[in-house]
Design a protein around this ligand. Sequence first.
Ligand code: SF4
Ligand code: FES
Length: 159
Amino acid sequence: MEENNRDYTNGEITVYWRPKECIHATTCFRELRSVFNPGKRPWVNMSAATTEEIIRVVDLCPTNALTYKWNKDIDGAAVKPNQQKTTETIKTDNTDSGNAAELRVMPNGPLVVKGEFKILDEQGNEIKKMRIASFCRCGQSNNMPFCDGMHRKIGWVSR
Ligand code: SF4
Ligand code: FES
């Protein structure tokens, strides 16, 4: 497991937290501060809301920073948490091809792309295939071309 990754369970589901993927869109704690409260330790309190409510908010996270898995899956074929979320995203996608990439501009934040796509380098060589990625719009990321949350630290405002 990546350092600093965490998981939290209420018995029914397990919520996975991957801080490196967080783009600080603040969606989770604006939507459900009783559960997602960055001012508390641990910052996720799984007993403060129903499973359905937690799932609703995890699904609103624009990246794979927050994902979840039903606990009954844990002992079976190991489904990676991000696979579950990505599958759900694609299922709800009503585009003709069913899995066309969708690009979303986050307010004062990155471009978030979800769906089936690949990233090419400046020579046109494929870097990797991805199903979700956040691209820096503020120009200050230390992990270009991806967002690393720096926009929030510097208080970047889009025009
Ligand atoms: S990216 Fe996800 S985890 Fe990070 S603040 Fe937004 S909703 Fe929360
Ligand atoms: S948009 Fe997030 S670091 Fe630039």
